[in-house]
Design a binder for this molecule. Structure first.
Ligand code: ADP
Ligand code: ZN
Length: 217
């Protein structure tokens, strides 16, 4: 099965994707993680995308699409993938149709106030990318990853100004893709979260239940 996990910044895409990966045996392709890694490694690609990522702007489509193709090509034979952070523009969505068959779109519905609260309290493991939150998803030891013992940090684009920009960009460029998806034939699984303290497992269980109803899990 190939799936897209779709939602605003801070809607929990990465958090649920890592849990779904374990349950479904999918390869997660997380665009934001890929770009952050290339920026850290200071590769040619990293130098090109750094400015966009830091400002909360979208990396140009031609670059993103190239990167996506490379990663899709690396998915092991017979295994499916889960896209986190792609597509983010209508052109990306249209190109995707030509690259692979998508079986389901997992749509995350989260109110704005939760998004802002979550992003500003988010902490990430430097080593394995696991996501925590200083209020509701605390690590056992302060600023240390439960899974691998790596140090936690705050993403540089999780500052109030950049968060605001990312939400604006989502509203202007990414949310409109939903209409395009709705006109297509790929089924949706909708997961909503309306409290800050909803445990990720609860949301993931609801997604799994809907996937089973569609005979996809
Ligand atoms: P978020 O938490 O906002 O969902 P991500 O980690 O998915 O963030 O992405 C971080 C940044 O990486 C984005 O703000 C953008 O600059 C860049 N990026 C990620 N995916 C894409 C994409 N599909 N198209 C353009 N830019 C992207
Ligand atoms: Zn870790």
């Amino acid at each position: 099965m190939n799936a897209i996990i779709f939602g605003a910044p801070g809607s929990g895409k990465g958090t649920y994707a890592s849990r779904l990966q374990a349950k479904l045996g999918l390869t997660v392709i997380a665009m934001g993680d890929i770009f952050r890694e290339t920026v850290k490694q200071e590769t040619e690609l990293g130098k090109k995308v750094k400015g966009y990522v830091e400002k909360g702007l979208l990396v140009p489509d031609d670059i993103v699409i190239e990167v996506l193709k490379e990663h899709v090509a690396k998915v092991p034979e017979g295994k499916g993938f889960l896209l986190d952070g792609f597509p983010r523009t209508l052109d990306q969505a249209k190109v995707l149709e030509k690259i692979a068959k998508i079986d389901v779109i997992i749509l995350l519905m989260v109110p704005d106030w939760i998004i802002v609260e979550r992003l500003s309290t988010r902490r990430i493991c430097h080593n394995c990318g696991a996501v925590y939150n200083t209020r509701f998803l605390k690590p056992k030891v302060d600023m240390v990853c439960d899974k691998c013992g790596g140090p936690l940090y705050q993403r540089p684009d999780d500052t109030p100004e950049v968060i605001k920009k990312r939400i604006e960009v989502y509203e202007a460029q990414t949310r409109p893709i939903l209409q395009f998806f709705r006109e297509g034939t790929v089924p949706f699984v909708v997961a909503s979260c309306d409290a800050l303290d909803t445990p990720p497992e609860k949301v993931v269980d609801a997604i799994m239940k809907d996937l089973r109803e569609l005979s996809l899990a």
